[in-house]
Design a protein around this ligand. Structure first.
Ligand SMILES: *Cc1c(COP(=O)(O)O)cnc(C)c1O
Length: 401
């Protein structure tokens, strides 16, 4: 059964979340880009202006009187609601994902205790910065990185058992969109006595990751992808409550101190997740991220997820109706339960297709060597737009063998 134009229109008319789409300024483009930058949500200019006005009026007092110093925690608590965990477990230290990941991985290796556990397991297909940072963390602590195909990670953890200190894994493969069963990986880590570290960059704000139920140890994620925090938005750090007391992070900045303003010479970590803070927070970026989180928190992760799945289904149906060859070029699982919020199409010249789409106002992204990614941020596109994107793809892409 295919959906007619009317049926697609009806999907948009009957879905209460459609109204959110108009709140994101895309300058008329159809936003299906899932990596570097989300469109801004209405009201951001006002939020930033309020902040700079407060800066002008309160000046240095703003850090204390305007709640600026608390933003790493208050923004973290908002993100927590999207990750299936409670307040006080997530912090936004004001650093890139790479930096926060470094902090988390060294912390994980230290948590794992004695160096009789020599290995840090990573997915062979991991995002490059994750591989680079893992290599560096392992080198610092005299461990060895073992890269394993993602599909065999849980089995490798089980087989290597007491050799494994920590495991770094992602819930969604950044290329193919293949989804990991986080609960299974976390359970494999627990059985092996290894510390789990999850990079949620391609899941936060779009997939329910249920960190508490899963029993994740540590996690990090990016602020500028589905969370929509804007260019270079800071990343977040999660630590399960039972690790707060013994988590020794390597970046021991004064904002992670138990009493930052006591200015004492020795580092004493703050008691909870605050030990994940480093230095003076990036106020304007935190305000932008805070603003971007409001609609997501209001809608809730389950409804966001459901809508993302429905948008992808509309795209796939429309593509299948127009171009079976392109629908067949989708790599990764067909079953929405087994993939993240993006689809990847294997095309002979994905970079060229991406550029052709962009000139026609359809923003996707490509990943070498041959993948076109189409990502469905739940509040940023309509069913009508994703159907239109499939039509434009049909126009620009010659038949593939
Ligand atoms: C996007 C992404 C990052 C980004 O790292 P930055 O240091 O914030 O640029 C890291 N890891 C993964 C898995 C990502 O997808």
């Amino acid at each position: 059964m295919t959906r007619t134009v009317d049926a697609i229109h009806r999907l948009d008319l009957t879905d209460p979340l459609t109204d959110h789409v108009g709140r994101y300024s895309t300058g008329g483009a159809i936003h299906l880009n899932g990596n570097s930058l989300s469109p801004a949500c209405d009201g951001l200019d006002e939020r930033l202006r309020e902040t700079t006005a407060r800066w002008a009026s309160d000046q240095v007092r703003g850090w204390f009187d305007a709640g600026w110093l608390d933003l790493p925690r208050t923004v973290g608590d908002k993100i927590a609601t999207l990750l299936g965990t409670g307040p006080g477990r997530v912090v936004v230290p004001g650093e890139s994902t790479s930096t926060v990941l470094f902090n988390a991985l060294v912390g994980a290796l230290r948590l794992s205790g004695t160096d009789t556990r020599p290995e840090l397991l990573v997915e062979a297909e991991a995002f490059p910065t994750d591989r680079y940072i893992a290599a560096s963390a392992a080198r610092l602590l005299d461990r060895t990185v073992v890269a394993v195909p993602a599909a065999g990670l849980d089995a490798a953890v089980a087989a290597r058992g007491p050799r494994v200190a920590a495991v770094l894994a992602a819930p969604v493969d950044f290329r193919t969109g293949r989804r990991r069963d986080l609960a299974a990986t976390a359970a494999a880590c627990r059985r092996a006595g290894a510390v789990s570290v999850f990079d949620l960059s391609h899941a936060a704000g779009v997939l329910p990751v249920e960190l508490d139920d899963v029993g994740a140890d540590l996690a990090v994620g990016c602020g500028y992808k589905y969370l929509g925090g804007g260019p270079g938005a800071p990343a977040f750090l999660f630590a399960a409550a039972d690790h707060h007391a013994d988590l020794e992070l390597p970046l021991t900045g004064w904002h992670g101190h138990a009493r930052p303003f006591a200015m004492v010479p020795e580092f004493e970590p703050a008691s909870g997740i605050d030990r994940g803070r480093t230095g003076t927070p990036q106020l304007l970026s935190l305000v932008a991220l805070d603003h971007a989180l409001d609609p997501l928190v209001e809608v809730g992760i389950d409804a966001l997820y459901t809508r993302g799945v429905a948008l992808a289904a509309t795209f796939l149906e429309e593509l299948g109706r127009r171009r079976p060859d392109l629908a067949a070029a989708v790599v990764g699982p067909r079953d929405p339960a087994r993939r993240g919020a993006h689809l990847a199409l294997q095309l002979p010249d994905a970079g060229r297709t991406e550029r052709e789409l962009a000139t026609r106002g359809v923003l996707t992204d490509s990943r070498p060597p041959d993948l076109l990614r189409v990502a469905f941020a739940p509040l940023q596109v309509t069913h009508g737009q994703v159907a239109r994107a499939a039509a434009v793809l049909d126009e620009v892409q010659e038949p593939i063998a």
